[in-house]
Design a protein around this ligand. Structure first.
Ligand code: SAM
Length: 354
């Protein structure tokens, strides 16, 4: 069965996430991918694990882009049709309504259709029409937006100024790991765990997931956040990230982390002094983590790129020829940033060589 997966817009992370988890996927258009699964249940289970997935539609067998064919599929009062082919062809919603006992048409703002909140709240039968191939797709799944909002905004300790990762980004980062270090029962650690967001996403995916942080108060807050989600506080420990091997020697399949990147309200003229210290810290970590990781273990890490108004300061250039004797770099940096941010985030995947 074929499925259209709609992903969150705004960065290239979703494309890398989909490609890593589903290597046979193809891009339908920007932020929309075609995936193949054996059943709807298998498809829903698989895409629920993604951070970037927003909603998914299934290709309807034998349904064509005509009012009569689509009207037969409508079981709820509300329906919506959106053209996904390049041309200007549209279906007249009145023609569909005339074929229904009762029907209310909801107009989508753009070619991505309605938002998951509208679809779930108003129980909408949503269709995507491809006039080029005369195929029709129907939305069958939307992401659990209530759960994502809870994790983003309603944890005991939420501090936007501390540079927390949005939970969906944390989830997508975990999904950048290749299959042999990913999944149920694998050991995942975030050595700069902050509020514990990566740890929580790891637990939800079935990893044995742990967090450490050098700050005692931050560790305490992460523990409280974990407890709020029903997980053990013991999964968090206060520890310096360059000494992770004291606790996790040869045990770790996957390290996923957004490290310390300096104070959030840093003055631009201070950037040039901050960057060498950060590079030293990251290098110390990557060396220590070699004795934490199992053979072929993986690190998915944010490397900040600062801009002081004059030039870019990259931190990923610590991955030089010497470090490449120990780690294979699996991707070029995936850039992710919030609009107007003075620091952009380059996400790099490294695999321990043996
Ligand atoms: C950018 S925040 C991480 C935020 C986290 N990704 C989240 O979503 O909440 C960086 C964290 O690194 C911690 N930190 C700074 N230096 C550290 C070190 N040497 N070892 C371990 N943690 C450190 C800070 O206490 C802070 O909580």
């Amino acid at each position: 069965m074929k499925f259209l997966l709609f992903c969150g817009a705004g960065n290239s992370l979703s494309g890398f996430e989909i490609q890593t988890r589903f290597s046979d996927s193809t891009e339908f258009k920007n932020n929309v991918y075609i995936l193949t699964f054996k059943s709807e249940d298998e498809a829903k289970k698989a895409v629920s694990q993604l951070g970037s997935a927003i909603k998914m539609a299934v290709l309807l067998d034998g349904v064509t882009c005509t009012p009569k064919s689509i009207a037969k599929q409508i079981t709820h009062k509300n329906f919506s049709t959106t053209t996904v082919s390049a041309g200007k062809e549209r279906l007249d919603s009145r023609e569909i309504k005339d074929l229904l006992a009762k029907g209310r048409f909801l107009d989508a703002q753009d070619s991505y259709g309605l938002s998951p909140i509208i679809i779930a709240k108003h129980k909408v039968d949503e269709f995507f029409l491809d006039f080029d191939t005369n195929q029709v797709w129907q939305t069958i799944w939307v992401h659990d937006f209530k759960h994502w909002i809870k994790k983003d905004r309603f944890m005991p300790f939420v501090n936007a100024k501390a540079g927390m990762l949005p939970p969906k980004i944390a989830r997508s980062m975990i999904n950048l790991a290749p299959s042999d270090s990913w999944g149920n029962g694998k050991v995942l650690v975030d050595p700069f765990c902050g509020s514990g967001r990566v740890v929580i996403e790891g637990l939800e995916l079935g990893f044995n997931s742990y967090g450490t942080d050098v700050s005692a108060s931050q560790s305490q807050e992460a523990s409280e956040n974990l407890a709020h989600m029903g997980y053990s506080k013991q999964l968090i420990e206060c520890l310096d990230s360059t000494h992770l091997s004291k606790k996790f020697k040869n045990k770790v399949d996957l390290i996923v982390t957004e490290p310390f990147m300096g104070k959030t309200n840093l003055r631009p003229d201070k950037i040039q002094y901050l960057v060498p210290g950060l590079k030293k810290l990251y290098l110390g970590c990557l060396k220590d983590w070699l004795s934490c990781l199992k053979s072929k273990g993986v690190v998915v890490m944010v490397f900040p790129v600062f801009n002081d108004g004059k030039k870019d300061y990259k931190t990923s250039d610590i991955i030089d020829d010497k470090l490449k004797l120990s780690y294979n770099q699996l991707n070029q940096g995936i850039l992710y940033s919030r609009p107007d941010a003075y620091v952009r985030r380059e996400i790099i995947v490294l695999q321990k060589i043996n």
